[in-house]
Design a protein around this ligand. Structure first.
Ligand SMILES: [Fe+2]
Length: 261
């Protein structure tokens, strides 16, 4: 552990160690979130990213070896804070709605992780540490891919209905959810049609529409409730599609091979 940072190289190593702690904390958080998640597809997404995170941890450890330095985990308060905030928010959130809280925390985490790798990369390139550049690029690509998948799922459930039926929920409440989904999707579709929302360029855009009526975001809709729903524009591709899982897998294997002593 560095007492003081006196050279750019020391800052780099310190931040690399901080990234290691970040990934270890993320791995623990992903397991907790997987337990809390309601939707099978969200559980699967979190489990897959946990597997990727394990590989990222070993790739950071290999970065230290490539730099001929000892593995040194530096502090990282950010993921601990995101995890604590998520845990506290989940605790006070209705069971049927926790997926939205989990996805928010996951997206915040992915953005932070991307910023960490972007900074490490620009310093690695500047100091000519070519050996670790490829590895860090792979870790960044994994975060970008995971972030895009999280965002796509968050968008999908925001539009189609955040709530999921839960054990013990009354039939009336379940009916309210279904009605809420129909109202939200119907209002959004009508507004999109009214706006003549055709994007032939295929540029990813979103149209924000305001509809009134029951909302799927709450299991107890109230009269006159106003909901703002974000509807992906026609022809818009989710950013998840920009990432090809096979290509990413190849890249990971290549990096792992490169970092093997
Ligand atoms: Fe991540």
């Amino acid at each position: 552990m560095f007492e003081r940072l006196n050279t750019p190289e020391e800052i780099f190593s310190f931040k690399l160690g901080s990234a290691l702690t970040m990934e270890r904390d993320t791995l623990a958080m992903l397991a907790d979130l997987e337990d809390e998640a309601r939707r099978p597809e969200l559980k699967q997404l979190l489990a897959e990213h946990a597997e990727e995170t394990r590989r990222q941890i070993s790739m950071i450890e290999q970065c230290f070896a490539l730099l001929d330095e000892e593995v040194d985990a530096s502090p990282c308060a950010v993921i601990k804070a995101i995890a604590a905030e998520g845990k506290a928010t989940i605790k006070k959130t209705d069971d049927s709605l926790v997926d939205a809280v989990i996805l928010a925390g996951a997206l915040e985490t992915e953005h932070h992780e991307q910023a960490v790798y972007e900074t490490l990369l620009l310093h690695a390139r500047a100091r000519g540490a070519a050996s670790v550049v490829g590895v860090l690029e792979t870790n960044l690509a994994i975060e970008q891919s995971a972030g895009a998948k999280v965002k796509a799922l968050a968008e999908r459930i925001a539009v189609s209905g955040v709530a999921v039926p839960t054990e013990g929920m009354s039939r009336g409440a379940k009916a309210g959810i279904v009605a809420g989904v129909a109202a939200t999707v119907g209002a959004a579709a009508a507004a999109a049609l009214k706006a003549g929302d055709h994007h032939e360029t295929g540029t990813p855009e979103a149209t924000t529409v305001t509809g009134s009526g029951a909302t799927a975001a709450t299991s107890t809709p109230t009269a006159g409730d106003t909901t703002t729903a974000t509807v992906p524009a026609t022809g818009s591709a989710t950013s998840a599609e920009e990432f090809n899982d096979d290509a990413l897998e190849e890249r990971i294997e290549e990096s792992e091979h490169r970092t093997r002593p």
